[in-house]
Design a protein around this ligand. Structure first.
Ligand code: AMP
Length: 138
């Protein structure tokens, strides 16, 4: 299957719909997941168009991983999480729901089970505060 630019992250990258942005440069956008699996769930979205890891340009992958690491550390510091899960899904049977490559940074808290993937929508005020806090630590 080929990349379809009408996906929701494509729309966010083009500024057509709003997002709780944490960081943006020429190669990537970082934003809060609005249906978080835990407090502080953040997404790293390379701007280079690909459905997922399988069809991505290797140079885009090489460029984004250091940013994933940076965001993981910033999210851990901002949330006081005890651990960080980095996840990435390829095609619907594997759990992918938005078909533009992205990496999940999901804080894990000791004794707290992670929520279901993409369950309830988070509070806008809380997401805005988290985005600001994480941005300040990048
Ligand atoms: P995946 O299942 O890996 O494709 O993940 C897509 C993620 O995007 C899910 O965790 C959703 O909660 C999240 N998501 C969907 N729509 C939006 C949106 N408009 N803004 C932020 N995150 C979103």
């Amino acid at each position: 299957m080929s990349y379809d630019p009408s996906n929701i992250f494509g729309k966010i990258l083009r500024g057509e719909i709003p997002a709780h942005k944490v960081y943006e440069d020429d190669t990537a956008l970082v934003m809060m997941d609005i249906f978080p699996q835990s407090r502080g769930h953040t997404l790293i979205i390379p701007k280079s168009p690909s459905r997922n890891l399988l069809d991505a340009d290797p140079s885009a992958l090489a460029a984004v991983i250091p940013l994933v690491q940076k965001v993981a550390n910033a999210v851990k510091a901002a949330t006081n999480a005890d651990g960080i899960r980095v996840a990435q899904f390829n095609e619907a049977p594997a759990g992918q729901t938005v078909f533009h490559l992205h990496f999940h940074v999901i804080p894990a808290y000791e004794g707290v089970a992670l929520g279901t993937h993409g369950a309830g929508q988070a509070d806008d005020t809380e997401l805005a505060a988290l985005a600001k806090d994480i941005a300040g630590r990048l």
